[in-house]
Design a binder for this molecule. Structure first.
Ligand SMILES: [Zn+2]
Length: 471
């Protein structure tokens, strides 16, 4: 599954159904069991109000996760139809129904169509009142765009020997003179002559982590925040970190979609489920914007959605300033070692690695995501994903992952297909429970971090020589 996000990170394709791989079957079984446990007697909404719900907002007013089924349509067909009519169809196993994020009005519309709608859990978790005061955080501790920017400035100022901070592009609102943000990237290493320059001639291999391209995937930006702190705070004391920073440039783009994160954080206890950027295309609510993970210039696909859809790919390849900034940056720091043809292998001498972090589904995804055909460096690409999975115990998938969803125009495919750099997606977190979905309880970030730090390290270490076999 090229790049999922338990949502319409991928489009439903109408292609022939494929067998679900064993690993995925296991995931499906676990997910179904969890969903069954969570299912209350009411089929229309949460059985009781969230403990911390604002006065006057009954449980029925809260959005939640649902499984939608039809008596006469296969899930993949139903998913496609729902997405085309404005529903927020989530990526994920569909053998118990099409996962949908819906508010009560959307639930009513589904029921009016004669569809069966089963509630599986709330979008929002309770937020402790004591954690609401900090202006740079929201929803119990998640950092706003401004909070990340302050952090980036703080670490680069405090550690000039270890960190360089760059502006690599602008958000859509900034290009319009309507506020917005620069897109920031940090380079973290033990800085020697020639390190952390915006060139592809540096002597150290480069590993880049990018997060929160989909703004509502809250946990992912926090993992970058902790990755940055882990590196700068442990240089010289932790053997692994010291060796890595002596040998490798660790680049981080903590917030790839800053305008989107501003929208998400505009409600500190009930974040807005904005996935796309803030490109004002006349759509209301979270329909506004372009899906930046469908907007790359590699296998950009006009058929990924119309403008109000969650997977709307934009008016053309790299139509969005965020996409152009990120692509230009990556093409500047990495050497291009791959012929343009999709199935021509990247050189064995390639260095570098790239990781884009999304949520949720507990997956380690490797190229390609636009096709089920194996990438020409498949064995080496998969070996790195397997090393990540030994750390975080997520399922390793590529292509459509057996779910009939492809993700053309995604960043991980772009960096591999365009430059030959191995590109990965981690889908952090489970689909249900208080740590599930887009908006986990903030304390869940602790467990995500413990689980995924060694996966980040595995990918970072692979940057020195990612293709040992050349196959
Ligand atoms: Zn995502």
């Amino acid at each position: 599954m090229g790049t999922s996000c338990a949502l319409p990170d991928r489009e439903v394709s109408m292609s022939e159904s494929r067998a679900v791989p064993p690993l995925l079957s296991r995931m499906v079984a676990i997910g179904a069991a969890a969903a069954a446990l969570l299912m209350p007697s009411s089929l229309t909404g949460p059985a009781s109000a969230a403990p911390d719900a604002p006065a006057g907002s009954g449980a029925a007013a809260e959005p939640g996760y649902y499984l939608v089924t039809s008596a006469d349509r296969q899930p993949a067909v139903l998913a496609h139809a729902l997405e085309r009519t404005g529903f927020d169809v989530l990526e994920g196993p569909m053998d118990h129904g099409v996962p949908v994020l819906a508010d009560p009005a959307a639930v009513a519309r589904l029921q009016q169509r004669g569809l069966s709608v089963q509630y599986t859990g709330p979008l929002y978790q309770p937020v402790s009142r004591s954690t609401r005061a900090d202006t740079n955080t929201y929803y119990g501790g998640y950092h706003t765009t401004a909070g990340h920017e302050a952090h980036n400035t703080q670490v680069s100022t405090a550690h000039p020997d270890l960190v360089k901070l760059y502006t690599i592009g602008q958000s859509w609102l900034k290009t319009q003179g309507r506020g917005g943000h620069d897109i920031q990237a940090l380079c973290i290493t033990k800085i020697q002559q020639g390190d952390c320059e915006l060139t592809n001639t540096g002597r150290k291999p480069k590993f880049t982590v990018m997060s929160q391209m989909h703004a509502r995937e809250l946990a992912t930006g926090e993992l970058s925040y902790r990755w940055i702190d882990h590196l700068v705070n442990n240089y010289g004391t932790n053997t692994d970190v010291t060796a890595l920073m002596n040998s490798t440039e660790l680049w981080v783009i903590p917030i790839a979609n800053p305008d989107g994160v501003d929208i998400v954080a505009s409600n500190s206890t009930r974040p807005v489920a904005q996935r796309k950027n803030a490109h004002d295309n006349g759509c209301t609510g979270t329909g506004r914007g372009v899906d930046l993970n469908r907007n790359s210039s590699y296998h950009w696909d006009v058929n990924q959605g119309t403008k109000c859809d969650e997977t709307y790919p934009g008016t053309g390849a790299a139509s969005e300033p965020e996409t152009r900034g990120i692509q230009n940056f990556l093409a500047t720091i990495y050497r291009d070692t791959k012929p343009a043809a999709d199935f021509s292998a990247a050189s064995k001498s390639t260095t570098g690695a790239f990781l884009t972090v999304h949520s949720y589904s507990q997956l380690d995804i490797y190229p390609y995501g636009w096709t089920n055909q194996l990438a020409p460096n498949n064995n080496d690409l998969k070996a790195i994903a397997d090393a990540m999975a030994r750390a975080n115990h997520y399922d390793v998938v590529h292509g459509d992952g057996g779910l009939n969803y492809f993700a053309p125009g995604a960043t991980d495919d772009w960096i591999y297909g365009q430059l030959g750099v191995p590109g990965y997606t981690i889908e952090v977190g489970p689909s249900s429970g208080s740590c599930g979905g887009f908006f986990p309880v903030y304390s869940c970030v602790n467990s995500f971090w413990q689980l995924n730090l060694p996966a980040y390290l595995a990918a970072a270490k692979a940057a020195a020589a990612p293709y040992p076999t050349g196959r």
